[in-house]
Design a protein around this ligand. Structure first.
Ligand code: PEP
Ligand code: MN
Length: 444
């Protein structure tokens, strides 16, 4: 089985691609990437697919989260640990409070390319190409920084490798041991009300672990977790160069991450992203916004998962809190009626972004919760399984989303706004979300 070449894909006129000034430099970067070892193994992708099949059957819940846009400068030990830590905390809350297996996937080790609503950005009368993520150009608002540079794709590979190396060490090397459940609850979070709630839960878990140990049960699962990487498959050069034929099965896998998804702006049925991802064997996702018709969803499923393999396809809906209750039911209903195997996941972030009066892009914590609640309500009323959440978050104490228990105000946004793209939940807000979702799951 082979995949279409890059020229064929570009001939389809894909959206959201960088315009590189130097074709020779692009060829050189792609050639370099083709020689690099895989970041993930095909067998690991298959493991995740098996877990996502359980999600689609209603037997597990997906927690997918991380930055909107990773940055090269953000590849530090502290940063990677903090993101992993908040995801581990959220996962344990969901697992313990809702008694459901949680599939853990980071928006991490590859999430460097961003689709933009405009090709250009204007500040104080100066117009430059928009920032498209560190994979493409620089965030600095200068002409030089904003020129797309294909060497950055090699930097994406190296940054992803460094991140994944540390993540693998953390999740198997003792940091993710359930005995650490207390130590994940550090500094500013510990003092917050939700940190206290977490502390109480951690005490119960610790008692249970001690009991298990006393009776001689000490399974491997107490000491390590399965954690997977994911990112939006956006820049065709990168994803194509990282697609390899698996020696076990002779089929293509995109070995840049375990799970890749197609964004809301690049999911056109006859275009390059859908075409490329239709050929790879990884588990994949598609973002579905409020304009998605049932026919769109069915056509995507037919093209991307023609054998209706469970776990292969995840639909990540991102309607917005105001639209999900009216918009989602007919989509789910038709897809369900067609017998399509799919995991339904809620992205409660991208339909709820607005610009604060101060100019910062933000989201209200209450809107995020409201969309997740709407998602649960719709699925409950249709008898389908609300399979997971896909969120933008960070392990740090940033001020990017308003509301939550800390009651962050629009006026507070300037305090610590660090995202180079969309606003993320901070660690306290993320933990609050986990407890609220656990409550919804318990009722579902
Ligand atoms: C994103 O996940 O950061 C994103 C751009 O999402 P969407 O494609 O749903 O707009
Ligand atoms: Mn985003």
């Amino acid at each position: 089985m082979s995949i279409p070449d890059l020229e064929t894909l570009h001939a389809l006129g894909p959206a959201q691609q960088p315009t590189y000034p130097d074709a020779g430099a692009v060829d050189a970067a792609v050639a370099r990437l083709r020689t690099m070892p895989p970041l993930v193994f095909a067998g690991e992708c298959d493991d995740l697919k098996t877990k996502l099949a359980a999600v689609s059957r209603g037997e597990a819940f997906l927690l997918q989260g991380g930055d909107c846009a990773e940055t090269f400068a953000g590849v530090t030990a502290d940063n990677v640990r903090n993101k992993l830590r908040v995801l581990l905390q959220m996962a344990v809350v969901l697992t313990y409070a809702a008694s459901v297996p949680v599939v853990k996937v980071g928006r991490i080790a590859g999430q460097y390319a961003k689709p933009r609503s405009s090709d250009l950005e204007t500040r104080d009368g100066v117009t430059l190409p928009a920032y498209r993520g560190d994979a493409v150009n620089g965030f600095d608002f200068t002409e030089a920084a904003r020129i797309p540079d294909p060497q950055r794709l090699v930097d994406v590979y190296n940054s992803s490798a460094a991140t994944l190396n540390l993540v693998r060490a953390f999740v198997t090397g003792g940091y993710a041991d359930l005995r650490q459940v207390h130590t994940w609850n550090t500094d500013f979070v510990r003092e917050s009300p939700v940190g206290q709630q977490y502390e109480a839960m951690a005490n119960e878990i610790e008692r249970a672990l001690t009991f298990m140990q006393a009776i001689g049960a000490d399974p491997d699962e107490f000491h390590r977790v399965d954690f997977h990487s994911s990112h939006e498959a956006l820049v065709l050069e990168y994803e194509h160069a990282m697609t390899r034929i698996d020696s076990r099965t002779q089929t293509p896998y995109d070995v840049s991450g375990h799970f890749v998804w197609i964004g809301e702006r690049t999911r056109q049925l006859d275009n390059a992203h859908v075409e490329l991802l239709s050929h790879i064997r990884n588990p994949i996702g598609v973002k579905l916004g409020p304009t998605t018709t049932p026919d769109d969803a069915l056509a995507l499923a037919a093209k991307l998962n023609p054998h209706n393999e469970p776990g292969r396809l995840t639909f990540i809906t991102r309607f917005g809190a105001g639209k999900i209750r009216d918009g989602l039911p007919h989509l789910v209903e038709k897809v369900q009626a067609a017998g399509v195997q799919v995991a339904w996941v809620c992205d409660p972030m991208h339909g709820n972004t607005f610009e604060a009066s101060s100019g910062y892009k933000t989201r209200r914590f209450d809107d995020v919760i409201d969309e997740v609640q709407g998602f649960f309500d719709v699925h409950r009323s249709l008898g389908t399984w609300p399979g997971g959440i896909h969120v933008e978050l960070t392990g740090d104490d940033v001020t990017e989303c308003v509301g939550g228990g800390e009651e962050l105000l629009e006026a507070d946004l300037g305090g610590r706004y660090e995202s180079v793209c969309d606003p993320r939940l901070n660690r306290v807000q993320s933990l609050e979300l986990a407890f609220l979702v656990a409550e919804m799951l318990r009722k579902a």
